[in-house]
Design a protein around this ligand. Structure first.
Ligand code: DLL
Length: 435
């Protein structure tokens, strides 16, 4: 019965079949939004487009984009496309990059969401025999309740611990026999380190993990897998588009399959708004196809990704997106150079450090100052001062050769950088204080 939410008629459908379904659903969605969302109707009218002008998937490109600013401007319910009496749940984004946004779900929307999470868990070989410890935050954040619904749907035993209280998480993991773990990758790392420190890492029954909600590298995947003795799967999503489960990894782990029966994915050049060819990095854009309460048309995610529509060895024909490299708004511009935290992380891991670091950017006498604090591991903690200085120089040199600018590297004691139970805070940009 594990295969119940493996939906080959959709997941492995020929591309023409997917395209037909998308067009039919796109027409419905555009009609709905035009009729119900004033901001969208105004934009379409201004562009001289009516819902009847959407006759092929290529016509999508004629539709206006939606941005996070639009959602803020219409806060809280201006983008809702159904009666409030049909809305049965609200979620909200954390608001770390500005005023929060609110999204809603009808009963059907929740059903679809549960189904997509169930599909994703099934692709990760997680099913009714599993004990799933959901250590994503429950509440307005979509992680906890999102994973929860799909986990119940597949018939697993759900342990809704939510986030935090690491000692208790580990006790529960051990005593309740958790076989699957869902949380942010940075929290998975922290749980792994803590399990090792407590000497219980080998005693856990975990076999699969579903991690997402923030960027993480392949190197980090390997570290989590070795600390927690499980297979780690990536899951992607965002509040505005639904929450977790917009795309998911299969056993091949070569990109995340976008659930194209429910979303159209595009990649555009963030500066011009023009589509870029498959395989090229650009900004990810989603259009929802089934959502009733909070449909989105060409929503600009700010996530930097590439997609491929090549078939996957797993048999799925849904397009795959790369791991997001970062966001257009977490890209740092330091002395005119574009720097993504993921680049820093890759250098550190390649040199044998754990991905525990913090980037601090400041401005002194009108000049950007760039520092990276890097945690020592227990093994290299005892090095002499001269060895440590050599290590700092080696890291700075590796970063300079990749980025063109070299940060000041400061090695700090093991486990001294604050750990996160949710999304990690890797960057402290003090320049905003001077602007
Ligand atoms: O983070 C939804 C989610 C919950 C996804 C649990 C996966 C698991 P937001 O808080 O709105 O929603 O943040 C969305 O997080 O635009 C990406 O920048 C980032 N993000 C989400 N998943 C991944 C991932 C949830 N797998 C923002 N890899 C998105 C990299 C991710 N970044």
């Amino acid at each position: 019965m594990r295969k119940k939410y493996w939906q080959p008629e959709l997941e492995t459908a020929p591309r023409e079949v997917i395209a037909r379904l998308q067009l039919e659903r796109l027409k419905e969605t555009v009609k709905r939004v035009y009729g119900r969302v004033p901001l969208f109707r105004k934009r379409m009218d201004a562009a001289g487009i009516s819902p009847e002008d959407v006759r092929s998937l290529d016509d999508l490109a004629k539709l206006p984009f939606t941005t996070k600013q639009d959602l803020r401007d219409t806060y809280p319910y201006g983008m809702f496309a159904c009666d409030m009496t049909d809305v049965v749940r609200l979620h909200a984004s954390s608001g770390t990059t500005g005023k929060q946004i609110v999204v809603g779900y009808t009963k059907n929307d929740l059903k679809t969401w549960d189904n997509l999470i169930a599909r994703q868990l099934t692709a990760a070989q997680i099913g009714e025999d599993d004990f799933i410890q959901v250590a994503f935050g429950y509440g307005l954040f979509t992680g906890g309740l999102g994973l929860h619904g799909g986990a119940e749907l597949v018939g697993a035993t759900v342990i809704p611990v939510s986030t935090g209280n690491t000692a208790r998480q580990l006790t529960i993991m051990q005593d309740f026999g958790s076989t699957a773990l869902c949380c942010t990758p940075s929290y998975a790392m922290y749980l792994g380190e803590s399990a090792e420190a407590a000497g219980i890492s080998g005693k856990l029954r975990l076999r699969a993990g579903v991690f997402g909600a923030e960027p993480w590298t392949e190197e980090m995947r390997r570290q989590i897998e070795s600390k927690l003795h499980l297979r780690a799967y990536d899951v992607y999503g965002l509040t505005e588009v639904m929450g977790p489960g917009v795309s998911y990894e299969c056993g091949e782990q070569h990109g995340m399959h976008v659930s194209e029966d429910c979303f159209i994915v595009e990649v555009i050049d963030p500066d011009t708004g023009e589509p870029v060819p498959d395989g090229t990095y650009g900004e990810l854009v989603f259009t929802s196809l089934t959502k009733e309460a909070f449909p989105v048309i060409r929503y600009r995610t700010r996530d930097i990704c590439s997609i491929t529509r090549e078939p996957c060895a797993c048999g799925r024909t849904f397009a795959r997106m790369s791991k997001p490299r970062g966001r257009t708004d977490d890209m740092l511009i330091i002395r005119g150079v574009n720097v993504f935290p993921s680049q820093i992380e890759t250098v550190l891991i390649n040199l044998g450090y754990a991905p525990n670091y913090q980037i601090i950017v400041d401005r002194v006498n009108n000049l950007d100052v760039f520092e990276v604090k890097v945690e020592l591991t227990e093994e290299i903690f005892d090095d002499t001062l001269s060895v440590l200085a050599r290590r700092e120089k080696a890291i700075a040199d590796a970063m300079r050769s990749l980025l063109g600018i070299g940060p000041k590297i400061t090695l700090v004691n093991p486990r001294s950088i604050e750990r996160s139970e949710g999304k990690a805070k890797r960057v402290i940009d003090r320049r905003v204080l001077h602007d």
